[in-house]
Write a protein that binds this ligand. Structure first.
Ligand code: MTE
Length: 300
């Protein structure tokens, strides 16, 4: 099979699984304090005291299970992922409600080693398993008027204690421009480290867009809508000054409250120095062309 995407990462670059599992403790040690938003750590270089990790039980961003650092890991086991269905609607030839199996059956499942960069200024290298979103969209038949893809996460008050509070305007929603969605790097992930997706990471199926900040990678998807309008996105709605529709990793455009120019690599040692953040998270060769002629400080 011809390579449809380029990869300069090897298994040697992968964040060790134990470090991945513990990253929340690691980063909780970095975060000076918790505020509402996907961005909690300041940009200043922080010296980590090993003993401060021991007090921290977990750290995750999945607000449907709560905004507390340890809420998702504690609560996400409540999510029922068997019999999961995804509604595909809008400008498609084959709208309907499909099981995950129906949507991905027969598609090429791949393991992709991607950089993953969060607004909090930490990064990782993670092996995801999944299918290209493009293959799913081709299967449902995108109509010619479609310009964007909108995604929604499940809202289940009985299983997701966080949605009982108006932290965000539920459901959690995200969106991509159609050409971003059709890009071969854009993955619908069903697993991680060769295992089924853990609930707190977005089981049974989530988006992974490696050149954008982590919050674009919406978890536990139940609806995919093809539309001709730029979709509502949760963080843009919550704070449009801080979170734009595009949310491309871009060291040249600072977040209003801190620089985005550097990051700390999890797995590089607890006292790893900050490294310069790469344009488009290192995927510039692959995706810069999507934004030719656009002012990325305006369309951030
Ligand atoms: N998806 C949903 N449905 N709800 C969320 O709160 N948080 C986002 C993103 N997807 C979030 C979500 C944020 S802020 C980040 S950084 C990533 O998920 C974290 O993914 P991870 O826990 O797999 O690292």
């Amino acid at each position: 099979m011809a390579f449809r995407w380029k990869n300069d990462l090897t298994p040697a670059d992968v964040t060790p699984e134990g470090m991945w599992l513990n990253r929340r403790q690691v980063m909780a040690g970095v975060a000076a304090g918790s505020i509402l938003g996907p961005s909690v750590a300041g940009a200043q270089d922080t010296t980590l005291e090993p003993n401060s990790f021991e007090d921290i039980t977990n750290y995750n961003n999945f607000y449907e299970f709560g905004t507390g650092k340890d809420d998702p890991a504690r609560e996400a086991h409540r999510l029922t992922t068997t019999g999961w269905e995804i509604t595909v609607d809008g400008l498609v030839d084959n709208p309907g409600t499909y099981s995950v199996g129906e949507l991905i059956a027969g598609l090429t499942e791949e393991s992709r080693i991607y950089r993953f960069r969060c607004v909090e200024a930490w990064s990782m290298v993670i092996p995801w398993n999944g299918v290209e979103l493009k293959d799913i969209l081709d299967r449902v038949g995108v109509q010619s008027g479609a310009k964007y893809v909108a995604f929604e996460t499940a809202v289940r008050p009985d299983e997701m204690p966080g949605v009982r509070f108006p932290t965000l305007d539920w459901p959690y929603r995200e969106g991509l421009r159609l050409d971003e969605a059709m890009h071969p790097l854009t993955l619908m992930a069903t697993g991680i480290y060769g295992k089924p997706m853990p609930n707190q990471n977005g089981a049974p199926i989530r988006l992974v867009v490696p050149w954008k900040y982590g919050f674009k990678s919406i978890k536990s998807i139940v609806r995919i809508t093809l539309t001709d309008q730029e979709p509502f996105t949760s963080w843009n709605n919550a704070n449009s000054r801080e979170y734009g529709f595009y949310s491309n990793v871009n060291p040249n455009v600072d977040h209003p409250r801190w620089s985005q120019a550097s990051e700390r690599k999890i797995g590089g040692g607890l006292f790893a120095r900050r490294e310069p953040t790469l344009m488009f998270n290192g995927y510039e060769d692959e995706v810069a062309g999507l934004y030719d002629g656009m002012d990325l400080s305006k369309f951030f």
